[in-house]
Ligand binder design. Structure first.
Ligand SMILES: Nc1ncnc2c1ncn2[C@@H]1O[C@H](COP(=O)(O)OP(=O)(O)OP(=O)(O)O)[C@@H](O)[C@H]1O
Ligand SMILES: [Mg+2]
Length: 348
């Protein structure tokens, strides 16, 4: 780690992952811990907000201690505290944000209130120091499916969003329909490896539309009908769903690329960016348009605190520390100028 590097402590608690990380501005991940709440939520087939908030409250303090111990550091060695301040499940966000405020006050350090989506949007720059602004970003997660032009830190222009479900949500619902349990994305991907992506005729909602947006609700209903028909194996349904989803992503990105000034890089972030079929299709699209393709390592795709600490490293030089009465935000669009779209995912 460089001697003039700044060190940021990051806290993430917006959904069902409790996470703490120490990251330096020279991109060193000094220490990080992450605890998933999969076991707590699995019996319910999705995240239960009350259970999530309680689990964050129980785990966060010991995790903060463990991360500082791993790094052999004290709070005095840290330059700033970055905490997710939204969007997300409000109880969980409040646990992380209040903890961040307490640490910032006790150690007399600046508090950086981070938009969780900004964490995802900037995460590829943590892994790749050569990734410069601007870039075209496909943000595909459990609550969002957006195409954004990332022009700088805090400068996000939304080109497209979903008018109903997010893609991660569609993966999770497909998993539920196929009896694969929660969380669904990785399970659907695994099952799809043994299936035929052309076996089940499924729709590609909004493919070819003049509108820029995504839609996945009709695809999910078609998966339900295919499963109920009893005519197809689960593997074929999973593979055909994944292919339909990828076709939609590529079509909507082609639409966006045709209507924006050329940018050198196509970047993907968010939980669904962990999917290998999605990654290789995007890689092909980038090559076709002579763009670089950048995808963060898998551990940086799903929720983590290193991306929150990194967003803090990016924001620290801007000097925008948050007041201690700052409120947690259940909704917080990255592009406040973007017109509201019906549905727009569960959290945007
Ligand atoms: N290999 C995979 N293939 C497809 N989907 C995946 C894969 N791994 C994770 N996902 C999906 O990613 C989502 C979780 O991503 P992430 O943690 O970024 O979402 P979130 O934090 O819940 O939502 P948001 O970031 O929008 O607030 C889940 O819907 C999960 O099913
Ligand atoms: Mg997320």
């Amino acid at each position: 780690m460089g001697s003039d590097a700044k060190i940021v402590l990051g806290i993430e608690s917006s959904c069902d992952e409790t996470a703490v990380a120490l990251v330096a501005s020279d991109r060193t991940i000094i220490a990080q811990h992450i605890a998933s709440q999969e076991k707590e939520h699995a019996p319910y087939g999705g995240v239960v907000p009350e259970i999530a908030a309680r689990a964050h409250a129980e785990r966060l303090a010991p995790m903060l201690e463990a991360v500082m111990d791993d790094a052999g550091m004290r709070l005095a060695d840290v330059d700033a505290i970055a905490a997710t301040a939204g969007p997300g499940l409000i109880g969980g966000v409040m646990v992380g944000l209040v903890s961040g405020k307490a640490l910032a006050m006790a150690a007399d350090k600046p508090l950086l209130a981070i938009n969780h989506l900004e964490g995802h949007a900037l995460s590829p720059r943590l892994a790749d120091e050569t990734l410069a602004f601007p870039y075209l970003l496909l943000l595909v997660s459990g609550g969002h499916c957006q195409i954004l032009k990332v022009e700088g830190v805090g400068e996000y222009r939304r080109l497209a969003t979903t008018i109903d479900d997010a893609l991660g949500e569609a993966f999770d619902k497909t998993a539920k329909i196929l009896g694969l349990g929660y969380p669904g994305g990785p399970a659907v991907e695994k099952l799809a490896r043994g299936g035929n992506p052309k076996a089940v005729p499924l729709p590609r909602p909004l493919k070819g539309s003049k509108e820029p947006h995504f839609s996945f609700a009709g695809l999910k209903s078609a998966v339900m009908r295919a499963a109920q028909s009893g005519e197809h194996s689960s593997a074929d349904i999973a593979a055909s769903f994944q292919q339909a989803a990828v076709d939609c992503l590529i079509d909507r990105l082609e639409h966006a690329l045709a209507r924006t000034d050329a940018v050198p890089a196509l970047v993907v972030a968010g939980g669904v960016a962990a999917n290998q079929t999605v990654r290789s299709a995007l890689e092909g699209l980038a090559a076709k348009h002579s763009m670089r393709f950048v995808a963060p390592p898998l551990a940086l795709c799903t929720d983590n605190a290193a991306m929150i600490a990194w967003a803090g490293c990016e924001r620290l030089p801007l000097g925008d520390s948050a007041p201690l009465d700052l409120k947690a935000r259940p909704r917080w669009p990255l592009d406040p100028e973007a017109e509201s779209v019906r549905g727009a995912g569960v959290k945007a």
